[in-house]
Each structure stands twice: as structure tokens, then as C-alpha cells.
Design a protein around this ligand. Structure first.
Ligand SMILES: Cc1cc2nc3c(=O)[nH]c(=O)nc-3n(C[C@H](O)[C@H](O)[C@H](O)COP(=O)(O)OP(=O)(O)OC[C@H]3O[C@@H](n4cnc5c(N)ncnc54)[C@H](O)[C@@H]3O)c2cc1C
Length: 328
């Protein structure tokens, strides 16, 4: 929910549903409070972007008594993801040919470039470049044995306004709670590994209420997990928790003798932008910009070290280096 930057009105699009209400990131303990203090001092962040807030100050921003102080991001807020997607589709206009309700079952490369086909072998699209942006399913279309992406279930809980005094700002501390919208607030989220259950369940609501209690002490007392409603989504998470953005490797080609990211064999015209974990709303735009810069040969929007940290080839590189040192 956090990190939303102030955007000029003309860039917001008509349909955006969001609020720049401010975001509080509460410290989990004294150690994190010190780390937050040091981060603000070291990075010299402007107070309009981030500042430290005592427990009293944080509670005043939130309008309800909070469990701790933390970082206050006055120009951040929440956004409704579907409205962001609608606005992005509208902004792309005729430059984007969207196909909804069809599954790419296979991608193949021929002399003309890449072809995506459905389960019946019908062509969905042809293009010189493919960018797989379908989360954990990317590896079904382009298997990469060195890469392991886990699906992590996340359930959010809707909190009825009549039994819960919601904060006026977004508050995070292990979990999150949002301000009320149309009489209802949202708290979350569970983080369940190896759990494909798409249905909301009471045990996950109970976990969300525990997270809520660590943010707003006592606020969950009148809420019954068995009576709450919620929805479930799935995150795609890499072992190092960073996304994979860049050219995918050709694992069938001979590995270079002294492997480096720059010398790994790649699949021509095949790129990925996935495994955004819990930060997809922020990472996806940056990932698209990074890929566009790679493809157009423009300067990268990130420093080289960070771009390398996101390179999908990092996992093959580690595997090759492990194999080399095991042989030595
Ligand atoms: C409970 C919860 C809370 C979250 N909160 C936040 C938050 O506050 N801020 C934030 O930034 N992020 C948050 N996230 C994470 C965010 O939702 C993800 O990072 C983001 O959705 C990833 O976007 P994506 O497009 O890569 O993948 P997805 O949103 O998973 O979309 C992948 C799409 O690809 C489609 N697809 C898959 N395979 C194929 C195929 N073969 N052919 C055609 N289509 C295919 C799927 O149907 C799906 O529509 C949260 C996630 C959860 C679960």
C-alpha cells in the first residue's frame, strides 16, 4: 500500500481510486526503531517524503491510539489495484492490443520470432520479443531449472466499520490496516507457503486479527474471525525475495567456462518480469521501464548493481559457480 508518489492530475487518469492519506510504518521493536532513525539520518530523506514519528505523533496522524511510533510517509497512501490497471490500459490506448480471457499454453520460437498458442494450438499472437509477466506461471511457459519461485497465499480481512474504529492513514507493522472506505476497512495479510487454498478461512482471519492487535492494541476485541469476510490472492516469491526482470537464460546451451551474468547464454527475444512478492504495484512499473531500456538500448533507470541483482540469470550463475567450486 505504501510508497505511492504524488502524481500530477493529468497522469492520474479518470478512473484511479486512491488516497494520498499518508502511511505509517511502525517499528516492530526498539532495534527497528533505532534502524529507522539511522536510515532517516543516513539517507537525509526530506520530511515531505519520510520522517520519524513518536508513538504520540503517529497516533495523532492515525486518529486512533497505536502500539508504537515509526516512520511517517506523508505523501504515500493506498490505491485500488484494479483502478490502477484500468488507468494504465486507458493510458496505453491504441498502442496496446489487449486479449482477455485466453491462456497462452505454449510459446515457440521460429524464424519469424515468437508465437504464443492456446491449448488447441491456435495462434494467439506473434512477436519478435516476448515478456513473460505472469507471476509464478512464467516458468511453465519457459522452464528454468535454476529458478525456484514459490506461490505464497495471502488472505485479507474486511472489517465492518460498526465494530472497528479504523485509522485515518495506512498503518503497517508485520501486517497492515487501511482506512475505512464505504464503511469497511481492510486488514492483512496472511503469508502462507505451499498453500493453494483459494477460499478465505477463519484461521487466516484470526491471524490477521493478531497482526491488527500488534498495530492497534485491543481494536480486534469485538471482531469474530468466523464472522469476517475476505479474499485470497497469491504472491510469487523468489528465494532472495527480489523480482526477476530481464532476459531469460538458455539452460540447454553450453555454459561459459568462466560464467558471469554478461556471458550467460540467453534465449533470444525472451524476457521476464515476475516474482514481485508483496511489492508488485511498485516493482511492475519499474520492471517495465528497466526492460524497455534494455530493449531500446537506453541508459538503465537503475544503477548497474541493482539491475544485476534483478537479472533472472543470477540463479543459473550461482548454480554454475556452485558446480565449479564443488568440482575444484
Ligand atoms: C494479500 C496480498 C496483499 C498484497 N498487497 C500488496 C501491496 O500492498 N502492495 C503491492 O505492491 N503489492 C501487494 N501484493 C502483491 C501484488 O499483488 C503482486 O506483487 C502483483 O499482483 C504481481 O503482479 P503480476 O502481474 O506479476 O502477477 P499476478 O497479479 O499474479 O498476475 C498474473 C496474471 O497472469 C495470468 N496468467 C498466468 N499464466 C497465464 C498464461 N499462461 N496465459 C495468460 N495469462 C496467464 C494470471 O491469470 C494473472 O492474471 C499483495 C499480494 C497479496 C496476495
Amino acid at each position: 500500500a505504501g510508497g505511492l508518489q504524488r502524481a500530477p492530475a493529468r497522469e492520474r487518469g479518470e478512473a484511479l481510486v486512491w488516497d494520498e492519506c499518508g502511511v505509517l510504518q511502525l517499528a516492530r521493536d526498539e532495534r527497528e526503531a533505532v534502524a529507522q532513525h539511522n536510515a532517516i539520518a543516513t539517507l537525509g530523506l526530506p520530511p515531505g517524503y519520510a520522517q520519524q514519528a513518536s508513538r504520540d505523533a503517529a497516533s495523532a496522524y492515525a486518529g486512533v491510539p497505536l502500539a508504537a511510533g515509526g516512520l511517517w510517509f506523508p505523501s504515500s497512501g493506498w490505491i485500488r489495484p484494479l483502478s490502477l490497471i484500468d488507468a494504465q490500459l486507458a493510458a496505453a490506448g491504441a498502442r496496446l492490443e489487449a486479449r482477455f480471457g485466453c491462456e497462452a499454453a505454449r510459446i515457440t520460437r521460429g524464424p519469424e520470432g515468437w508465437t504464443a498458442t492456446d491449448r488447441d494450438g491456435r495462434t494467439i499472437a506473434r512477436a519478435p520479443v516476448v515478456v513473460l509477466a505472469n507471476a509464478a506461471d512464467a516458468l511453465k511457459l519457459a522452464p528454468q531449472h535454476a529458478i525456484r519461485i514459490r506461490r505464497v497465499r495471502g488472505q485479507i480481512s474486511f472489517l465492518p466499520g460498526e465494530r472497528f474504529a479504523a485509522p485515518h492513514v495506512v498503518v503497517l507493522r508485520g501486517g497492515f490496516v487501511l482506512p475505512a472506505m464505504r464503511g469497511e476497512s481492510i486488514a492483512g495479510a496472511s503469508y502462507d507457503f505451499d498453500d493453494d487454498d483459494p477460499s478465505p478461512r477463519a484461521s487466516s482471519h484470526a491471524g490477521n486479527l493478531e497482526r491488527l492487535a500488534r498495530i492497534l492494541p485491543g481494536a480486534a476485541a469485538d471482531l469474530d474471525p468466523a464472522a469476517l469476510q475476505g479474499v485470497v490472492g497469491f504472491r510469487a516469491v523468489a528465494p532472495d525475495r527480489l523480482p526477476l526482470i530481464g532476459a531469460l537464460c538458455n539452460e540447454d546451451a553450453a555454459a561459459p567456462r568462466n560464467p558471469r551474468l554478461a556471458t550467460l547464454p540467453r534465449c533470444e527475444g525472451l524476457f521476464g518480469s515476475f516474482a514481485f512478492g508483496s511489492r508488485g504495484l511498485l516493482w511492475a512499473g519499474l520492471g517495465a521501464e528497466l526492460l524497455a531500456s534494455h530493449l531500446e538500448g537506453e541508459p538503465l533507470p537503475l544503477e548497474a548493481r541493482l539491475a544485476e541483482a534483478l537479472d533472472p540469470g543470477r540463479f543459473l550463475l550461482r548454480a554454475l559457480r556452485r558446480a565449479t567450486s564443488a568440482r575444484a
